[in-house]
Ligand binder design. Structure first.
Ligand code: PGA
Length: 250
């Protein structure tokens, strides 16, 4: 009942021109109709990529946004600016948390702003290696989910997508085992069902992210409760990303 979703996070890669070329290569290919596909280019390329995918089922997302609608925030973009261009936005990616000081409270403000604007947020949670080694992965995931959703009711949260991305697996070539991914996503869903009502938690898609590749995607995405993937490095190669998208259907 949860439609698989595969999203490409292009991070700070591509130019507006090469982003359009990559998007075109993806939409030209045969894509699995039962999988929702989202491309998240750098902010400067979002508009061009959105134009390049018009008339296709592929959706476009931003990688980040500010929580305010407008204001003196040099360099930032807001949710209302994305509306009409992008439909999706990544919120609380671990690189934002680690490198740009995004706290759980900021993630919560951004999530509220994204939902209020009618965007589909992909909220990222996940533990560091030190936390996992110390046995704290479940607690971290639970508390990140709870904080992100603080004060948001189930009806408002409906379009939410979560992504479990263990920090130690992002960009490292080290993937969580399918069992680790499924277990952590189970913890995330349990936290969701405490923060929201159980039915909404059951309907919410939870992705795995962290060194997903054409070689490991099938097994990861076949796990119970793993509803798709948030793909970084491998999303920059059209053929790899398309192969991962096909892996999302059994
Ligand atoms: P990766 O990135 O696939 O390159 O590990 C995933 C992510 O950061 O979303």
């Amino acid at each position: 009942m949860r439609r698989p979703l595969v999203a490409g996070n292009w991070k700070m890669h591509t130019t507006p021109q090469s982003a359009v070329e990559l998007a075109r290569a993806i939409v030209r290919a045969e894509l699995p109709a039962d999988v929702e596909i989202v491309l998240c280019p750098p902010a400067i390329a979002v508009t061009d990529v959105a134009r390049a995918v018009v008339g296709t089922p592929v959706r476009v997302g931003a990688q980040n946004m500010h929580w305010a609608d407008a204001g003196a925030y040099t360099g930032e973009i807001s949710a209302p600016m994305l509306v009409g261009v992008a439909e999706v936005v990544i919120v609380g990616h671990s690189e934002r948390r680690a490198d740009f000081g995004e706290t759980d409270a900021i993630v919560n403000r951004k999530l509220r702003a994204a939902l209020a604007a009618g965007l589909t947020p992909i909220v990222c949670v996940g533990e560091t290696e030190a936390i996992r080694d110390a046995g704290g992965a479940r607690e971290t995931i639970t508390s990140q989910v709870r904080s992100a959703l603080a004060g948001i009711d189930s009806a408002a949260a409906e379009p939410l997508v979560l992504a479990y991305e263990p920090v130690w697996a992002i960009g490292t070539g080290r993937t969580a085992t399918p069992k680790q991914a499924a277990e952590a996503i189970g913890w995330a869903r349990e936290a969701l069902s405490q923060a929201l009502d159980a039915a909404t938690a059951q309907r919410t898609r939870i992705l795995y992210g962290g060194s997903v590749s054409p070689g490991n995607a099938r097994e990861l995405l076949a796990q119970d409760g793993v509803d798709g993937a948030l793909v970084g490095g491998a999303s920059l190669e059209a053929a790899d990303f398309i192969a991962i998208a096909w892996s999302a259907i059994a």
